[in-house]
Design a protein around this ligand. Structure first.
Ligand SMILES: [Zn+2]
Length: 398
């Protein structure tokens, strides 16, 4: 014996690969957390003895294999708190993501960036990383000036590896700090410059409320500053129909807009995520400038005219694959739908190795069952879910 432990190799056979583009039936060799090789058909490569000894073969029996979903808007610490302290949502456990096919999350602070703060967010992101998930986050929260770790949001971004941008900064919302154009532009500039310095995404992720001002602040920032449109990344853009029209115009100007997969009631002045994405794709706006996120762990409150909560729900990561299933049922091809959940967020967030099935990419993979649910989920080559059941669980998931 050499005394060197051979890395465990994983051979995936008989996978109908959507990379997101359809590749047909493929076999994959996974090792050290990455996709090392992709072969045509169902044949497997012949591994030399020491590598073969510890290898595992996973036969997907023709199931569709897609890149792990990237959920770009998650309240990993739990959000909420808008109707008293008891309404602070608890943290989201690991398997709530993995069983939903989500292999990468971007965590953030929302309305409550007072009782919760950047330290708690960072600690929660690192806990999820220790449990095997890919996790990054945003500096700041709803309010201006933003909550920071170092006293300066740009310094947070430059020196804290896990932070990719600033957000979710609230605009057109009664819960916001009512930021002015100058304040929003300055935050966007901080994000942009930190992005230049570090190669990170360097974006300003903007929470949009129901207010009639909509996206006018962003349109003005594009008109009146030198900042590139990609820096401005509005979310919840499907919460009002007129707001969604504004978002499509901004996407044409170069912003990437984020649709939220929240529940939409019949007759509501909103688009469901499935409806919004199909409308976006039909609009002729750039197909790579749209993403869908879940708002998992966030409170989904309804407010009365006095600004008091009258009803409440909690966002769930399962809403992403639910949206995919609705789009497939409406007749859209999987390869047209998938980029908004995989390659588009990977590009916006500048996460190399994410959002695609290709040689050298991270082995973040989801096999879908017939019904479009996550049957098998791998995060960086580790099997988290098999037959729809979490076989790895979070530390406090008993
Ligand atoms: Zn929000």
């Amino acid at each position: 014996m050499s005394g060197i432990i051979a890395p465990r190799m994983l051979l995936i056979r008989n996978a109908d690969v959507f990379a997101p583009r359809p590749l047909g039936v493929r076999s994959l060799l996974v090792g050290a957390g990455r996709i090392l090789w992709i072969g045509v058909g169902t044949d497997l490569p012949e591994l030399p003895g020491p590598l073969r000894a510890g290898s595992i073969v996973l036969d997907l029996e023709g199931r569709r294999l897609i890149p792990g979903l990237i959920d770009g808007h998650v309240h990993v610490t739990g959000g909420g708190g808008e109707a008293g302290f008891r309404t602070r949502v608890p943290p989201v456990q690991l398997s709530r993501f993995t069983t939903a096919g989500v292999t990468t999350v971007v965590g953030l602070l929302g309305t409550d960036d007072t009782a919760r703060g950047p330290r708690e967010l960072l600690a929660t992101l690192h806990a999820l990383r220790e449990e095997g998930l890919n996790a990054w986050g945003y500096a700041g929260g709803y309010h201006v000036p933003p909550a920071t770790l170092t006293g300066n949001v740009r310094t947070d971004l430059v020196f804290v590896e896990a932070l990719l941008g600033i957000g979710e900064v609230a605009i057109s919302d009664h819960r916001s700090s009512q930021p002015t154009l100058d304040e929003v532009a300055r935050l966007a500039a901080d994000a942009h410059v930190a992005g230049l310095m570090t190669g990170k995404a360097g974006i300003l992720h903007l929470h949009l409320g129901d207010g009639p001002r909509g996206l006018s602040l962003v349109a003005r920032a594009l008109d009146e500053t030198e900042l590139p449109p990609r820096v401005f990344n509005p979310t919840h853009v499907n919460r009002r129909r007129a707001l969604f029209d504004e978002a499509i115009e901004l996407a044409r100007r170069g912003c990437t807009v984020d649709i939220t997969a929240f529940p939409v009631e019949e007759g509501e002045d909103a688009y469901s995520a499935a409806d919004a994405l199909s409308r976006y794709l039909a609009s002729g706006a750039p197909p790579d400038h749209v993403t869908v996120s879940s708002d998992a762990g966030g409170c989904l409150p309804c407010f009365d005219t006095d600004g008091r909560v009258c009803s409440m729900d909690v966002g769930s990561a399962g809403a992403l694959l639910q949206t995919v299933r609705e789009l497939l049922a409406a007749g859209l091809p999987l390869e047209q739908v998938l980029p908004a959940f995989t390659s588009n967020p990977a590009r916006l967030l500048r996460l190399p190795g994410k959002g695609a099935i290709e040689t050298g990419a991270d082995a973040d993979l989801v096999a879908l069952d017939q019904a479009g649910r996550a049957d098998t989920v791998l995060v960086r080559g580790e099997i988290h879910v098999r037959d729809g059941v979490a076989i790895r669980r979070g530390t406090f998931e008993f």
